[in-house]
Design a protein around this ligand. Structure first.
Ligand code: UDP
Ligand code: MG
Length: 320
């Protein structure tokens, strides 16, 4: 007996009342053309607007719509993780709610998946409607990450991707707290392929990634996959010691063999400030890692659902 394949689409939403209707409409249109069972798994990441109500309304009239409702805002990466925990499909697509990732690319991703690739990631060939600042910082971040880490994280990809059931299961076994999902997907391995797309403008509303969240996100990316920043202390320590040694020799020479003894207050202060700055930076880096170790030891659940029972029962039912 051959079983129909089915798809899960994970859509994290945070204050997206202006777009969910349109997202639902476009996703439904695409999935109905494919003509196989699917579920639209919305993960409400503690929205403070009407997002959850709207999705509940959609779920009443459409069995394919499911809602995981977080008790508060746990963050985009955790929302995706919850989606993976509850997704029932053979192939799972992760997509942003704001339609920057075009749902119309999904059939192409599914084709690649049918060719035998376990991960099909969507690579941005162009980004529209985003500030230069965002584009530059993103480009810089992905390139820094590439230099700093050993895991091969493809350049210019977001979380918009399709993963096979087995990749999803592997991802579910990883329970680390400060998650950088796209890195973890690369870390679990498997065969991957890319499809290119043009990143559209946000359909409505504004970005839910202010600078503070972006910084935290990039810190998570780097610290989860690299110890190199910690080694910075060692390298800098060596370089500064060497420089100080040379400087010491020079001033000693001046003292012994010349008459112009150095007054040197300003250079002293400059060196002091510089060294203190370096030490504080290194302490900060250490703090980032120690904080993350602390998060792990507390062993708290990654997220808490407001509608736990309903979510469990819809998972038992699987994809309709
Ligand atoms: N998002 C979320 N929790 C957050 C921030 C964002 O679930 O704390 C969702 C958001 O609703 C959207 C996706 O993550 O579906 C990407 O966010 P956004 O489009 O605002 O980020 P950008 O594209 O500007 O980087
Ligand atoms: Mg967006």
């Amino acid at each position: 007996m051959t079983r129909n394949v089915c798809y899960s689409i994970i859509i994290p939403v945070f204050n997206e009342e202006a777009v969910v209707h349109e997202t639902y409409r476009r996703l439904t249109r695409v999935m109905q053309v494919i003509g196989e069972p699917y579920e639209l798994l919305f993960v409400n990441d503690g929205s403070r607007d009407r997002t959850a109500e709207i999705i509940e309304g959609l779920a009443e009239s459409d069995n394919c719509v499911k809602l995981l409702d977080f008790s508060r805002n746990f963050g985009h990466q955790i929302a995706i993780t919850a989606g993976m925990d509850y997704a029932c499909g053979d192939a799972i697509v992760i997509i942003d709610a704001d339609l920057q990732d075009p749902p119309e690319l999904i059939p192409q991703m599914i084709d690649k998946w049918r060719e035998g690739y376990d991960i099909v990631y969507a690579q941005r060939s162009k980004r529209k409607g985003e500030t230069l600042f965002k584009k530059w910082t993103a480009a810089l971040f992905y390139r820094t990450l590439r230099v700093l880490t050993e895991v091969d994280i493809p350049l210019d990809t977001g979380d918009f991707r399709l993963i096979d059931r087995k990749v999803c299961d592997a991802m579910r076994s990883i329970r680390e707290k400060n998650r950088f999902v796209r890195g973890l997907v690369s870390w679990v391995g498997f065969r991957s392929a890319a499809v290119e797309y043009v990143r559209e403008e946000r359909f409505a509303g504004e970005t839910k990634y202010p600078l503070k969240k972006m910084l935290r996100f990039s810190m998570d990316g780097i610290t989860s996959f690299s110890y190199k920043p910690l080694k910075l202390a060692t390298y800098l320590g060596f370089i500064i010691s060497l420089a100080s040694f040379i400087y010491l020799m020079i001033s000693l020479g001046q003292r012994l063999f010349t008459n112009n003894t150095v007054a040197g207050w300003s250079s002293l202060i400059a060196c002091l400030l510089l060294l203190n700055g370096v030490i504080l930076i290194i302490l900060g880096i250490l703090g980032e890692y120690v904080g993350r170790i602390y998060d792990e030891t507390k062993n708290r659940p990654l997220y808490i659902l407001r509608n736990q029972e309903k979510a469990d029962s819809s998972k038992l039912k699987g994809v309709t």
